[in-house]
Each structure stands twice: as structure tokens, then as C-alpha cells.
Design a protein around this ligand. Structure first.
Ligand code: SF4
Length: 256
């Protein structure tokens, strides 16, 4: 079975050829030192929150990292209810759910889920800036897949499930964006997933049987100019004949 995460879906929808390079050919992408630092800090924050949920000591981590300490204190101040004990609720960080569909295995790792008798909350920590438009988050495959998977693998109705992103580094304090869910959205996500997987199956079959490469995105989208595979795809910027914007992470944020 081919494991399909929100990152797979995002890249597949963005550019099928990029999906082929990244997941079929397993080509690794260079990351700038700045991006590496940001990614590491994001991972450290997720680890910190996970340890806290497990009841493990977090003081040594906080003492080592003033940045993590600042974020942690800010979260405790702005959303104490999120951390308060609730005997009605079951909660787990790094919660994994999977769903098998044909030859694919949808997989989601939730930063935190809080399940109560009549509602389910998905919490996700983001250590990059708040997006300009909430609509962008609604359309993110992370939002859509995580809500879809929880509805499909539990007894909760879509309307009982909510997804809240917390943007830790927002100033002067962390900000949240809550996204509700409906049956209509659930059905739409289902049909979009079915359609996307049908295309993926076709492209995989063509690749295996006839060595046909996955389709490229149209050059007019401008995506190639910011893609690390521009040279490989012969889509490099014509003005300077050099690959532009090597920082693919800008186009495809690391899913943390
Ligand atoms: S250069 Fe363009 S066509 Fe090639 S992988 Fe990147 S986005 Fe896709």
C-alpha cells in the first residue's frame, strides 16, 4: 500500500511531476541554513508539547531554549483552557489515524486531539507566520485530510469536529484560527480524494508500464520559477539561465 499523507496530496495537486521526483524517485531537496534552523525550532516545539502531554519533565528543554520557553509561556497565558484538566475529555498528542482506500493508506499524525462525548477537537501547532487569509487554511490538504480522517474513523459527525491552528509566533501573542466542519465539506473532500487518487493510479500505471513521466504543471503558473527541480524539468528562468528560488520550502512548507 502506498502511504498518503497531507504532504503527498499537497504536492500531487501542486505538480504531479514534483510528486514523482519527491516520492517515487526519492530525490532529496536542499534546504537553506535559515530554513534548517526554522524547521529545527518547529520540531523542538512539537517535541516539547508532546513531552508535556506525556507528563515528562519539560523544564530542561525550556531552560536550554529561551525561544521555546517564550512560546510555551505565551500559550499557557493565552489559552489556559487548552491545558486545563478535563475529566470529560480524552486527549493525545502525536495521535495517528489511518484509513485504507484501495491500494492507498491515508495517514495523519495529529499534533493533539481532544475527544469529548459530543465533540472532537484537532489542535495543530504552527511555528510559521499566520497566513493572510483563513480561506487558504480551509483549502489546505492538512485541514481537509485531518478532518476527513477523523470523521471516517470515529463515530463523530462532521459537525461535531473542529480544527484549530495555533500560530505560536504571532505577536503580541499566539493567535488561533478555528475551522468548523460540515457534512457537505466532508462529501466534497471525499470526491476530491477519489478523483486525485484515480489520477495518481493512472500516472503510476503509465510510469510503471511505459516509463512515462508524471505530467508537469503548466509553465504559465509560475511555480517552476520557485521550484528546486526547475533545471531537471528544463523550466529554469530564461533571464539568467539559473535555477531560481532554490528554497522549495517556501512553496511547500515542511509539514510540522
Ligand atoms: S519545475 Fe515545474 S514542472 Fe518541474 S517539478 Fe517543479 S513545478 Fe513541477
Amino acid at each position: 500500500m502506498l502511504r498518503i499523507s497531507q504532504r503527498h496530496l499537497k504536492i500531487l495537486e501542486t505538480c504531479p511531476r514534483q510528486f514523482e521526483y519527491t516520492f517515487c524517485d526519492r530525490l532529496t531537496l536542499p534546504m537553506s541554513p535559515t530554513q534548517q534552523t526554522k524547521t529545527q525550532l518547529g520540531s523542538d516545539f512539537h517535541l516539547l508539547m508532546h513531552q508535556r502531554e506525556l507528563g515528562l519533565p519539560i523544564e530542561p528543554i525550556l531552560e536550554r531554549s529561551p525561544q521555546l520557553n517564550t512560546w510555551m509561556q505565551a500559550m499557557l497565558q493565552v489559552a489556559p483552557e487548552l491545558f486545563a484538566p478535563n475529566p470529560q475529555a480524552w486527549r493525545q498528542s502525536e495521535h495517528v489515524r489511518t484509513l485504507a482506500v484501495d491500494n492507498y493508506l491515508f495517514t495523519a499524525i495529529y499534533d493533539l486531539v481532544i475527544l469529548q462525548p459530543d465533540r472532537a477537537d484537532i489542535i495543530d501547532w504552527k511555528t510559521y507566520p499566520l497566513p493572510k487569509y483563513k480561506k487558504d487554511l480551509d483549502l489546505e490538504w492538512q485541514t481537509r485530510l485531518y478532518l476527513y480522517l477523523l470523521a471516517e474513523t470515529s463515530d463523530y459527525l462532521p459537525k461535531q469536529i473542529a480544527f484549530t491552528y495555533w500560530f505560536i509566533q504571532s505577536t503580541p501573542q499566539p493567535k488561533s484560527i478555528a475551522i468548523s466542519y460540515t457534512l457537505k465539506q466532508h462529501r466534497q473532500t471525499h470526491s476530491d480524494l477519489v478523483a486525485l487518487l484515480a489520477k495518481l493510479t493512472t500516472w503510476l500505471d503509465a510510469s510503471r508500464s511505459r516509463q512515462e513521466p508524471f505530467p508537469q504543471v503548466a509553465a504559465s503558473t509560475g511555480l517552476c520559477e520557485r521550484c528546486s527541480f526547475a533545471v531537471r524539468c528544463d523550466r529554469q528562468h530564461r533571464d539568467d539561465q539559473s535555477p531560481t528560488g532554490i528554497d522549495l520550502a517556501e512553496l511547500l512548507p515542511i509539514p510540522i
